[in-house]
Design a protein around this ligand. Structure first.
Ligand SMILES: O=P(O)(O)OC[C@H]1O[C@H](OP(=O)(O)OP(=O)(O)O)[C@H](O)[C@@H]1O
Ligand SMILES: O=c1cc[nH]c(=O)[nH]1
Length: 195
């Protein structure tokens, strides 16, 4: 993947201040229950569905949705992982390239209805890289995108089919999704770059 863009201000190099909480733990849970039902409804069940989470926070989302769908449909659902990391050329973050890390996805995606999932959808570049990576593993029948938060500012023609919450944002704002499996915390915060 050789592609450049001007990213959101990096949470790793910039001072951020909290503007408010967008979702609590119980709101995240209820949203995932709703999304599980939507996936089943729009795919006429889950027999051909496979879930693929993008590291890092797409992975616990995929695992949780896998359990929820299994409970609804009373049959197991395949859950896999794609590892997309960002290569930042310098710490001023003017130049960012999504990099696909080599590794097993976990199941054969060929002919399957794949629900690709991540925590935040912003420019769409992570998803674009994930789609390339997914097709390196096989040829799905369909790929449907699920995100917990859609914050707008797309730079590519990529849209989610399943959305937890649409949050209009400015480019100075950042969505921080915290999940207990990774962050030992569970909430969604709206942050802003401090002056
Ligand atoms: O639509 P995009 O502009 O590609 O942005 C969305 C991506 O940004 C975040 O990852 P981040 O780089 O913050 O890494 P992290 O998940 O490891 O914190 C988020 O988890 C998405 O994967
Ligand atoms: O606000 C943003 C933008 C990209 N990725 C995030 O996690 N939050």
């Amino acid at each position: 993947m050789s592609e450049t863009t001007t990213p959101a201000p990096s949470t790793k190099t910039s001072k951020l201040r909290e503007k408010g909480r967008l979702m609590s733990a119980s709101e995240i849970e209820r949203t995932l229950v709703r999304l599980a039902h939507e996936i089943v409804e729009r795919n006429n069940g889950a027999a051909n569905v496979g879930l693929v989470g993008i590291k890092r926070r797409g992975v616990p989302l995929a695992e949780r949705l896998g359990k929820l769908i299994t409970n609804i449909e009373k049959q197991p659902v395949d859950v896999g992982t794609l590892d997309i990391s960002f290569y930042r050329d310098d710490l001023t973050t003017r130049d960012v390239r999504p990099v696909v890390e080599k590794g097993e996805l976990g199941f054969d995606v060929t002919g399957r209805d794949i629900i690709l999932m991540d925590d935040v959808l912003y420019t769409g570049r992570t998803i674009r890289a994930a789609l390339d990576a997914l097709f390196d593993h096989g040829r799905p029948k369909s790929v449907q995108l699920l995100v917990l938060i859609d914050r707008g500012h797309r730079e590519l023609p990529i849209e989610a089919k399943f959305i937890g919450r649409i949050v209009p944002t400015s480019r100075r704002e950042i969505i921080e999704v915290k999940l207990r499996e990774i962050d030992n915390d569970e909430q969604v915060l709206l942050m802003e770059l401090a002056d």
